[in-house]
Write a protein that binds this ligand. Structure first.
Ligand SMILES: [Zn+2]
Length: 147
């Protein structure tokens, strides 16, 4: 995820446009240079964008690796739904995969996702939380420095 840096930022309080460093916005330390209103709301909404985009890309990376392992090709529909949201969890991914494969493959799905995580995201925590939103499942603590 790349933001234009500095980010053209519109102040909701005084209406002034200013160029604000992305790092300050994401750190929630940015203020309007004109009226000193906090830009933390803007930073929070940028954080959500970062999470959504990176969660979607990571979900697709995991799915493609699971396809390779199981020797199947998933239809797009179930995944468009799950890749859409910031709250996507590994459990959601597993459920979407199970919807798309025959039931004799179902017992392999969990392990295939684990293998995909270990292969593609070796930095993920040892104990994977299948119920946490993907950005949290992949990295703890969350990092916002590498946008
Ligand atoms: Zn202002």
């Amino acid at each position: 995820m790349k933001f234009k840096d500095p980010q053209e930022t519109h102040c909701a309080s005084c209406g002034v446009e200013s160029a604000i460093p992305v790092r300050d916005l994401l750190a929630l330390t940015a203020h309007c240079p004109s009226c000193h209103a906090s830009f933390s709301e803007i930073g929070l909404s940028m954080r959500r964008t970062v999470d959504e985009v990176s969660a979607g890309v990571k979900a697709i990376t995991i799915i493609m690796h699971v396809e390779e392992q199981l020797g199947v090709t998933f239809p797009d529909e179930p995944f468009e739904a799950v890749c859409d949201g910031n709250e996507l969890t590994l459990d959601d991914l597993a459920a979407a995969v199970r919807q798309s494969v025959s039931s004799d493959i179902h017992p392999l799905v969990h392990q295939a996702i684990l293998t995909a995580m270990r292969t593609k995201f070796p930095d993920a925590p040892d104990k994977l939380d299948f119920n946490a939103p993907l950005p949290d499942a992949l990295s703890q603590p969350r990092k916002y420095g590498n946008y």
